[in-house]
Design a protein around this ligand. Structure first.
Ligand code: PLP
Length: 391
C-alpha cells in the first residue's frame, strides 16, 4: 500500500501508541479523583497539556482537550456566540461573524446553524490561490462583529493563510472581536510557535499528526471570557465537561512532542517528496495545480499537500483505479468525497464544475519514500491515460 491521504488521517506514531497503552489497561484512574492511581492519570493529562501548548507558544492553562477538531470548531463558534449574547442581553443586535468560503464543514455548517439563530455571517471569497487578505477581513468588520474565524491552512489545496497578519490587523481595528483559527491541518505540520500570541482561539486535532482519533484541543487565550460548549462536571477547569479521555490525550501529547522536535526535518522531507511528485505530474498534459505553488517553498503551501485538477477524467473513478493498485488518495476533502457536489473549495478559487470533477488530492508524510512517489506518479499517469481513452 502507498498511503497518500495524510490530510484525512495519519498512521499512529509508535511513541503516541506507547504513551496510550498504560491508560487503556492498568492506569484506569479517573483523572478527577484524589487517590494515587487517579493522580497518575491527572499527571499524564497535564504532561500532554504542556506538550500541546508548546507547539503554539501557549500556556498550559490555555489548552482545553476536546473530542477532536470538529468539536473544537463547534465550540469556538457557538462559545463566541453565547459570550456575545450574554454581553448583549438587552440588545436586539443579531451579531455578526466573518469567516471564509474555503473553511472545513465543521466551521461552515456551524456558521450556517448560527445563521438560523439570527446571526449574520460574511463568507469571504478567496483569491484564485485560496488566500484571504487582512484587508478583506478588516473591510468586512461591522459594529456587531463578535468573531473572525479564518483557517490556518486549507485541507484541500494546502494554502497557508496569513493568519498572524489577519489577526493583528483585526486587533488594530477592534479589541472586542474574538479571533479564531482552525489549525487542524497546520498543527504539527508547520511552525506555529508564536501563533498563540496573535489569536484568541485555535482548534487542533490529534489524528492529523500521528496521534489517535477522537481527541483534539481548543486553545483559549487566558483572560478571554468564553462560554463552555459541553456542560456537566468540572473537568478542564469547568470549561469542557466529561471524564477525560486520558489515553487519547496522552497519545495526542506524545504525538505533539514528536512533531515539535522533528518539525524542520519533517517539513524538508515532505517538501522534497511533494516537489518530486509535482514535477512528475506536470508531465501529464492538462494538469492544473490548485493553490499556490513554488518549488522549494513551504511558506504559502503545506509542505506535504498536492492538489491538482486533471482534465478529461473523473476524480472518483481515478481513486477507485488507484485503490486497485494499492494507492490511497483523495479527491477533494475526505468529508466531501462520496458526495456528488463539486468541492466548495475548488469552486471558491474559481475552478469550473468540469475542472473540479477531475480533482485529485495527494497528501504526503515523511514516512513516504522516493520510490513510493515514483511508483504512484507512474500509476497515476497510467490511470489518466486509461480514463481518457475511455472518453
Ligand atoms: N478542520 C479541518 C481543516 C480539517 O481538515 C478537519 C478534518 O479533516 C477538521 C476540522 C475536523 O477534525 P476532526 O476530524 O478531528 O473532527
Amino acid at each position: 500500500m502507498i498511503y497518500l491521504d495524510n490530510a484525512a488521517t495519519t498512521k499512529i506514531e509508535d511513541v503516541s501508541f506507547n504513551a496510550m497503552l498504560p491508560f487503556l489497561k492498568e492506569e484506569y484512574g479517573n483523572a478527577s479523583a484524589v487517590y494515587e492511581i487517579a493522580r497518575r492519570s491527572k499527571k499524564a493529562v497535564f504532561e500532554a497539556r504542556k506538550q500541546c501548548a508548546s507547539l503554539i507558544g501557549a500556556g498550559t492553562s490555555e489548552i482545553f482537550f476536546t473530542s477532536g477538531g470538529t468539536e473544537s470548531d463547534n465550540w469556538a463558534l457557538c462559545g463566541a456566540y453565547e459570550s456575545f449574547r450574554k454581553k448583549n442581553t438587552n440588545s436586539d443586535k443579531p451579531g455578526h461573524i466573518i469567516t471564509t468560503q474555503v473553511e472545513h464543514h465543521a466551521i461552515l455548517h456551524t456558521a450556517e446553524y448560527l445563521e438560523t439563530l439570527g446571526v449574520s455571517v460574511t463568507y469571504l471569497k478567496p483569491d484564485k490561490e485560496g488566500f484571504i487578505s487582512p484587508e478583506q477581513v478588516t473591510g468586512a468588520l461591522r459594529e456587531d462583529t463578535f468573531l473572525v474565524s479564518v483557517m490556518t491552512a486549507n485541507n484541500e489545496i494546502g494554502t497557508i493563510e496569513p493568519i498572524r497578519e489577519i489577526a493583528d490587523s483585526v486587533r488594530a481595528n477592534r479589541k472586542d472581536v474574538l479571533i479564531h483559527t482552525d489549525a487542524v491541518q497546520a498543527f504539527g505540520q508547520i511552525d506555529l510557535s508564536d501563533n498563540a500570541k496573535h489569536v484568541d482561539l485555535l482548534s487542533a486535532s490529534s489524528h492529523k499528526l500521528g496521534g489517535p482519533k477522537g481527541v483534539g484541543m481548543l486553545f483559549v487565550r487566558d483572560g478571554v471570557k468564553f462560554s463552555p460548549y459541553i456542560r456537566g462536571g468540572m473537568q478542564e477547569s469547568g470549561r469542557r465537561a466529561g471524564t477525560e479521555n486520558v489515553a487519547g490525550i496522552a497519545g495526542f501529547g506524545a504525538a505533539a512532542e514528536l512533531a515539535f522536535a522533528g518539525l524542520d526535518a519533517k517539513i524538508s522531507a515532505e517538501m522534497a517528496l511533494r516537489d518530486r511528485m509535482i514535477a512528475k505530474l506536470a508531465d501529464i498534459t492538462d494538469v492544473i495545480i490548485n493553490g499556490p505553488y513554488s518549488e522549494g517553498d513551504y511558506s504559502k503551501r503545506l509542505p506535504g499537500n498536492i492538489s491538482v485538477c486533471i482534465k478529461g477524467i473523473e476524480g472518483e473513478s481515478a481513486l477507485i483505479m488507484l485503490d486497485g493498485q494499492g494507492i490511497c488518495a483523495s479527491s477533494g476533502s475526505a468529508c466531501a468525497s462520496g458526495a456528488r457536489e463539486p468541492s466548495h473549495v475548488l469552486k471558491a478559487i474559481g475552478r469550473s464544475d468540469d475542472e473540479s470533477k477531475g480533482s485529485l488530492r495527494l497528501t504526503l508524510s515523511n514516512r513516504n519514500t522516493e520510490e513510493e512517489i515514483d511508483k504512484a506518479a507512474f500509476v497515476i499517469a497510467d490511470v489518466v491515460e486509461k480514463l481518457r481513452s475511455r472518453g
